[in-house]
Design a protein around this ligand. Structure first.
Ligand SMILES: Cc1cc2nc3c(=O)[nH]c(=O)nc-3n(C[C@H](O)[C@H](O)[C@H](O)COP(=O)(O)O)c2cc1C
Length: 413
């Protein structure tokens, strides 16, 4: 059968959707209080268990899944489909997707809507060779027309879903249809088909910084938001994030209606506040510093209050208000064990290895943390983690359960 070119199909779908006379999409991005403080997506970290712990104990303004392959989803890969699970408390919850082909985004966007996500984010920043060699992730920075086509294809998929049409992904990929049918037995199908926003997460370049041209090209596709990690693909995670380039992007995007979030190396809300103030971004994403530390998000309302105050009375700002309140050892261990038990119940003991890094992250900032951490990263299951904690707390030098420990921002690791 001759393939219908994606462009003509997309135009067709977009015009069908515009005939629906629906209200202009009111995105959650607009409703969020500014500056936004969200959780950055991290492959192998922001799985459904980690996200739930963040939602329960940190309450970031938004949460993103790990990046999930659109091709993997279409072919029914269990790891990709598992990553699409979320809990209501995570809202607003955004599915982050990667892949090289606009048409695949068109199909998967409909599934993302059907599953009830609040937004769809496209990864244009992953530096992994496996991802960029295919022309996806950060490689898209070198191919703006493809990047724009992907955003448009995702929007067209969403418009098709809003129009009430059957999911093309189910027609084309029977494995996905079966998987969805299995889920629908458990979940109530959505009858109010509302549009969801498409955003992009990216870097400042590939082997050199191209932020100006790149952001201008992305803005043509009118994403709801662009999150920018201030490093190039070549840098990986080396060196420092370049927040001056993030500031440049924020300036270019001013008045476009697209929100800009800065990202990279934020260790505390005080860091976040200073960066927001200097760069004029609409918010930030925090990644690594949230590992083992959902409490990092707690003072975000204070950050917003201080940001508002900084506009009117800049000299009266008291940054000490942003310092994290110390977390008791009791709370920290309780959250670590809740996380471990949830992980074990979700994936089974066989895959518990994936939990070890999290257990290690919770062991910071108290007497004996390093020694406990080195044991934690070797445990085989949640029971062993619980036994280690019990043993640690029974030691004569252990702090009493109520003792508070330093916040991560104050730690020497
Ligand atoms: C282990 C790990 C996995 C990551 N996976 C993703 C991902 O799936 N999608 C994405 O957009 N960025 C990913 N990133 C990048 C982070 O979202 C973030 O941009 C980066 O870590 C810088 O922010 P931070 O200094 O606050 O951690 C990953 C980073 C790490 C450390």
């Amino acid at each position: 059968m001759e393939k219908e070119p994606i462009e003509s199909r997309l135009n067709d779908e977009t015009s069908k959707a515009s005939q629906l006379n629906r209200p202009v999409e009111e995105t959650f991005w607009r409703r969020l209080k500014k500056p936004i403080v969200g959780l950055s997506p991290m492959d192998g970290v922001t799985d459904p268990c980690f996200r739930l712990m963040m939602a329960l104990h940190g309450r970031p303004d938004l949460i993103m899944t790990e990046f999930l392959s659109v091709d993997g989803i279409c072919h029914g890969a269990e790891s990709a489909l598992q990553g699409l699970a979320f809990h209501e408390s995570e809202r607003p919850i955004i599915a982050q997707l990667y892949g090289p082909t606009p048409e695949t985004f068109y199909h998967v966007a409909q599934l993302v809507c059907e599953l009830g996500f609040d937004g769809l984010d496209i990864n244009m920043g992953c530096p992994s060779k496996k991802v960029s060699a295919l022309g996806s992730g950060a490689a898209l920075i070198q191919d703006p027309p493809r990047a724009q086509a992907i955003v448009e294809a995702a929007k067209a998929g969403i418009a098709r879903w809003v129009s009430g049409a059957p999911l093309s992904i189910c027609q084309k990929y029977p494995l996905v249809a079966d998987w969805l049918a299995g889920r629908k037995k458990k979940n109530t199908p959505i009858d109010d088909r509302r549009s969801i926003p498409v955003s992009v997460k990216t870097r400042i370049g590939v082997d050199r910084i191209v932020i100006g041209d790149w952001i201008a090209a992305l803005l043509e596709a009118r994403p709801a938001a662009i999150s920018i990690h201030g490093r190039t693909l070549k840098q990986g995670y080396r060196g420092d994030a370049d927040w001056d380039k993030i500031a440049e992007a924020a300036e270019i995007a001013q008045g476009s209606g697209t929100f800009i979030l800065g990202n990279g190396d934020l260790r505390s809300l005080k860091d976040a506040f200073l960066r927001i103030r200097k760069t004029g971004v609409d918010g930030v994403l925090i990644g690594r510093a949230a590992m083992g530390n959902p409490w990092i998000f707690h003072r975000k309302e204070i950050l917003r209050a201080i940001s508002a105050q900084a506009e009117s009375v800049p000299n009266a700002i008291d940054l000490s208000l942003l310092e994290e309140r110390p977390v008791s050892t009791h709370s920290r261990f309780a959250v670590a064990l809740q996380h471990a038990r949830l992980f074990q119940a979700s994936y089974g003991e066989r895959y518990f290895k994936g939990m070890r890094k999290h257990l290690g992250s919770y062991c910071r900032g108290f007497e004996g943390a390093r020694a406990l951490r080195s044991k934690m990263v070797r445990v085989l299951n949640a029971e062993e983690a619980a036994a280690l904690i019990k043993d640690y707390l029974s030691h004569p030098t252990a702090p009493p359960a109520s003792t508070t420990i330093q916040s991560d921002a104050q730690l020497t690791r």
